[in-house]
Design a protein around this ligand. Structure first.
Ligand code: ATP
Length: 358
């Protein structure tokens, strides 16, 4: 029987609560399937580790997880540590060296969830956002001089490479091709940013020629926010830069009902390194320790992990169990307007997995 080695990195805040729930659900699913097993290695890296050791993960941290089949991540963020340290010290310290350049974020209104767009039927909002995840505005290039003096200056330089744009475009067109509508929207800002964004558009047009069966269009990012709200039905697969997709995917998550539901995959499509799966929400310190974090985003990230591992049937079973649970308002956590807690939702998903006879 195949055993998948998974590195579980819960991180901080509610990350620990939802990853614990995710591990329980994935173990129950593997038992139900009976054809594979998971072996989880837990790594307590993050803010507390930083307070003891002055870094978010050990120096050889990446070596400890390099050979795992996948990474299940919670969130990085600590109230006493600046966000740029927690982000660059853990999540980006894994994503970038492991070349997880395609960040994939599906958005759907799950059964039983009310979108703020009440007139939109759940079948009318079904998107996947592909976020360029290795360069662009978050390349980490820049500097700061004359700190504290009136001459102080700071730069963050956006780096776009032909190789980086080509590979994420090819990935996005391929993903669009695999979906029934074969429709890709390329998000840009080439009216105002006339160097890198113009190259981005040109490369999108070049790659489009390799995918004649995919219909593509181009949207300025500002107009895109309106289109997501006003005409959500007109969108399917979306590709955007690191910064643009970061913002658009929070909007997408909110339009689909809650940040607590949305999953993401940081993929290294060539599989030279493990890919990483995580809910898109952060550490949410306001609700930490209360046991009310919505674990659905982590469960759905588990579905994406199963698909990546090639366990598609198990992924479908888990998604079905999640939808069985979201459809019941008695099983909604407070972010969805309900009063259920993490434990209750986790138990309900596990029961739905066990009860599924297909
Ligand atoms: P970070 O700084 O680590 O990104 P944050 O607390 O600023 O984290 P998010 O975690 O992204 O921001 O979430 C914003 C708010 O949404 C939280 O404060 C919380 O109230 C709510 N929220 C996010 N995720 C969940 C969840 N899984 N379940 C319930 N509520 C959530």
């Amino acid at each position: 029987m195949r055993t998948y080695k998974i590195a579980a990195i819960p991180g901080d805040g509610i990350g620990t609560e939802v990853v614990d729930a995710g591990v329980e659900v994935l173990d129950a699913l593997a038992k139900r399937e009976g054809t594979f097993a998971f072996h989880f290695d837990h790594f307590a890296w993050g803010g507390e580790y930083y307070k003891k050791h002055g870094r978010m993960m050990p120096e050889n941290g990446r070596d400890l997880i390099r050979h795992h089949d996948a990474i299940l991540f919670g969130s990085a963020g600590h109230p006493e540590i600046p966000d740029h340290i927690t982000l660059w010290g853990l999540r980006l310290a894994i994503c970038q060296p492991f070349d997880q350049y395609a960040n994939v974020r599906p958005t759907r209104i799950l059964p039983g969830i009310t979108s703020p767009l009440r007139a939109v039927k759940d079948t009318e909002l079904d998107w996947v956002i592909v976020r360029e995840n290795s360069e662009g505005e978050y390349a980490g290039v820049g500097g700061r001089v004359h700190q504290g003096s009136p001459l102080e200056a700071a730069t963050d330089v956006a780096i776009f490479t032909r190789a980086g744009v080509e590979r994420v475009m090819r990935f996005a067109f391929g993903l669009a091709r695999s979906r029934p509508r074969k429709l890709l929207t390329v998000v840009t800002k080439s009216n105002a940013q006339r160097h890198a964004m113009v190259m981005w558009d040109e490369i999108a047009a070049e790659i489009a020629r390799e995918f004649p069966d995919v219909t593509s269009d181009k949207m300025l990012v500002d107009a895109m926010t309106m289109r997501m709200v006003i005409r959500p039905q007109s969108l399917d697969t979306i590709v955007a830069t690191n910064l643009h997709a970061d913002i658009l995917s929070d909007l997408a998550a909110a339009l689909a009902g809650s940040l607590g539901i949305a999953p993401t995959a940081n993929l290294n499509p060539e599989r030279n390194f493990p890919s990483m799966f995580e809910p898109i929400h952060g550490s949410a310190f306001d609700i930490m320790g209360k046991g009310i974090a919505n674990p659905v985003g982590t469960f759905w990230s588990g579905v994406m992990m199963l698909e990546h591992l090639g366990e598609n049937a198990a992924g479908r079973r888990l998604m079905k169990a999640i939808e069985r649970v979201t459809v019941d308002p008695a099983l909604h956590t407070p972010d969805l307007g309900g009063s259920a807690n993490t434990r209750k939702v986790t138990d309900a998903v596990i029961s739905a997995i066990r009860a599924d006879n297909t």
